[in-house]
Design a protein around this ligand. Structure first.
Ligand code: KIV
Length: 273
């Protein structure tokens, strides 16, 4: 059994994540939005938990990530942080809380850090949000970037298809990654871009690059837990590997429960007072 540097630390920090990249140990990251799930991920030994604004889709059933509010993200964040001892916890800054106004960005980030106890915040964008990134960093708050497919910009993109397939957009993405690194972000998520570009970005910067649909040349991977466990069943992009079909298992368990209630099988003598 291979042993990893990260197994010997009691708490994952930005420093540990940087050492993992330097030692070529891949970083494993998953989403969680609630206490019970976060506890299981932490017990399993996940390195980073992302309280993603994908909660807007997965938890609240919205079509995009845009509607989720700062208060709702703080609710999810604090629930996750209460469960976690070892993993590094990042909370997504929701749409409308950091774009175009760096003072508001700082206030939003401070609220997240103070009210959730998370380890860092994540923002989508490159040079267009650099003022907000700088201001948040100036308060000593660790920032994770997010480039490539940025779901908060879906109305600008008009499609969820692969980003940065042409030279102009891929050069812009590399410039943005370097700009974010120079500003001081500790890591960047790259979503749905060609694998060759993911590798190139990871090799061009010294901070960890975490991919979702960005190939295996990056420094770590992230998936939405509900997708990889098959709880969400109607989303199957090429980059998604399903590790379970919990959706089916939940439906079968609930059907068994309904049958047991209706047939008076549940509760039995041992299951009552
Ligand atoms: O909100 C989210 O879950 C994310 C991941 C897809 C990286 O940003």
């Amino acid at each position: 059994m291979v042993s990893y540097l990260s197994e010997n630390v009691s708490k994952i920090t930005t420093h540990v994540l940087h050492k993992m990249k330097a030692n070529q140990e891949k970083i494993a990251m998953l989403t969680a939005y609630d206490y019970s799930t976060a506890k299981l991920l932490d017990m399993a030994g996940i390195d980073v938990i992302l309280v993603g604004d994908s909660a807007s889709n997965v938890m609240a059933g919205y079509k995009t990530t845009l509607p989720i509010t700062l208060n709702e993200m703080i609710y999810h964040g604090v629930s996750v942080v209460r469960a976690v001892e070892r993993a590094f916890v990042v909370v997504d800054m929701p749409f409308g809380t950091y774009q175009g106004n760096s003072k508001e960005a700082l206030n939003s980030a401070i609220r997240i850090m103070k009210e959730t106890g998370a380890d860092a915040v994540k923002l989508e964008g490159g040079k267009e949000i650099i003022e907000s990134v700088d201001r948040i960093l100036s308060a000593g708050i660790p920032v994770m970037g997010h480039l490539g497919l940025m779901p908060q910009s879906i109305h600008k993109f008009g499609t969820y298809s692969v980003r940065a397939t042409d030279r102009e957009e891929s050069n812009q993405l590399i410039d943005d990654a370097k700009l974010l690194e120079k500003a001081g972000v500790f890591s960047i998520v790259l979503e749905k871009i060609p694998a060759t570009l993911g590798k190139k970005v990871a090799e061009s910067v010294s901070i960890p690059i975490i991919g979702i649909g960005a190939g295996n040349g990056v420094d770590g991977q992230v998936l939405v837990l509900h997708d990889m466990l098959g709880i969400v069943q109607d989303f199957s992009p090429r980059f998604l590997r399903r590790y379970n079909n919990l959706g089916e298992e939940i439906i079968t368990s609930v059907q068994n429960y309904i049958k047991d209630v209706k047939t008076l099988d549940f509760p039995n003598d041992k299951e009552q007072y």
